[in-house]
Design a protein around this ligand. Structure first.
Ligand SMILES: *Cc1c(COP(=O)(O)O)cnc(C)c1O
Length: 364
């Protein structure tokens, strides 16, 4: 096998090695099936059992209550930016609320505005999206269609560490870059969505967890693919689902259950790994400057600057030379971004930590 780098890519991102190995072993023929998951009907028994397994593992890992449906869709999180308002706005007393904590929230607003009016109830732009609102700083508008948050802003590196209580207003969450990183109180949410390619699988499959009563809002006039109700009625088999992606999500969920030991353990590891990098930011006399305020730092995307862009270039080049890959910050923010999703091994975090300390000593 060619040597694997330490992959700090923001997405598509590192996957657990045992998952890749199993997929490789089974690629030519699924045990007992004699054909690849890529080659079998989505309506046959073998794929049905993969789909049910993926659903039940997610349900068990996240503690999804019985009155929620788990869907596997295509179109990425971007399509959810449109599907959420198209399905959930009609028939509501008041427009939806959006809490803007970074770039992805802004992108969600851009799409929702095409569907109808909305309220931006909090916007972090004045401080360049380096923080979250305090719970007192935003209240959902009574009767709002829903309130939308982004649990982890992948580009800025700010993250909600709990599940906000929005009372009767359905909470909708873009959890694309942190789903499965900790246990959730799913009953706080009306709908959660996540493209898989950051923390849950490969690109091409999007997980939607939706409270059953909200399905009644989907209008019959919607294009079929865009209706949550149609997908729920057909158990994600209204059309051909992204079958390989569903298979991979099942393997990742199994890895979380059996190798990691559940989301409490995953959360503990994520906290320790992130803290070990933030500690370097905080202990190099200002050589590194973290983007996010300390109380809302992301456990998934560690974002920081160096004293100059020239040093940042050198940092990236030297890191690459040591097998520490894809550390460049998003073009809209600059600097460095270390994405350390669930599958990032300790060796990768330790190698980066050592490199950061050494680089600071040599260049401060
Ligand atoms: C990556 C990402 C998206 C975009 O996902 P696509 O699958 O490319 O549509 C949206 N929201 C968040 C928080 C992301 O990290």
């Amino acid at each position: 096998m060619p040597e694997r780098i330490f992959n700090f890519s923001a997405g598509p991102a590192v996957l657990p090695l045992p998952v890749l190995e199993q997929a490789q072993r089974e690629l030519l023929a699924l045990p007992g099936v004699g054909a690849s998951v890529l080659e079998i009907s989505h309506r046959g028994k073998p794929f049905q059992s993969i789909l049910e397994s993926a659903k039940s593992r997610l349900k068990s890992l996240l503690g999804v209550p019985d009155h929620y449906r788990i869907l596997f869709l295509q179109g990425g999180a971007r399509l959810q930016f449109s599907m959420v308002p198209m399905n959930l706005m009609p028939g509501s007393q008041a427009p939806p609320d959006y809490v803007l904590t970074g770039s992805w929230g802004k992108n969600a607003v851009k799409e929702a505005e095409k569907v109808g009016p909305l309220n931006i109830v909090w916007d972090g732009k004045d401080t360049n999206y380096d923080r979250l609102p305090s719970p007192e700083a935003w209240r959902p508008t009574p009767q709002a269609a829903y309130v939308h948050i982004t649990s982890n802003e992948t580009i800025q590196g700010v993250q909600f560490s709990d599940d906000p209580d929005t009372g009767d207003v359905p909470l909708v969450c873009d959890a694309s870059s942190d789903i499965l990183h900790r246990p959730l109180n799913v009953s706080r949410y009306g709908l959660l969505y996540a493209c898989a390619q950051k923390n849950a699988g490969p690109a091409g499959v999007t997980i939607v967890i939706v409270r059953e009563d909200l399905l009644a809002r989907s209008q019959a006039s919607l294009p079929g693919y865009l209706s949550y109700q149609l997908h729920a009625e057909n158990n994600s088999l209204w059309n051909t689902p992204p079958s390989f992606g569903v298979y991979m999500v099942d393997l990742v969920a199994r890895w979380l259950q059996e190798d990691i030991g559940g989301l409490e353990k995953m959360h503990a590891q994520n906290r320790e790994q992130a803290n070990s990098l933030y500690e370097v930011l905080d202990n190099t006399n200002g050589f590194y400057r973290g983007h996010a305020q300390p109380n809302c730092r992301s456990l998934m995307n560690v974002t920081f600057r160096l004293p100059s862009e020239e040093l940042e270039q050198r940092f990236l080049a030297e890191a690459e030379g040591q097998g520490l890959s894809s550390l460049k910050g998003h073009r809209s923010v600059g600097g460095i971004r270390a994405s350390i999703y669930n599958a990032m091994p300790w060796e990768g975090v330790n190698a980066l930590r050592g490199f950061m300390q050494d680089f600071a000593t040599r260049n401060a």
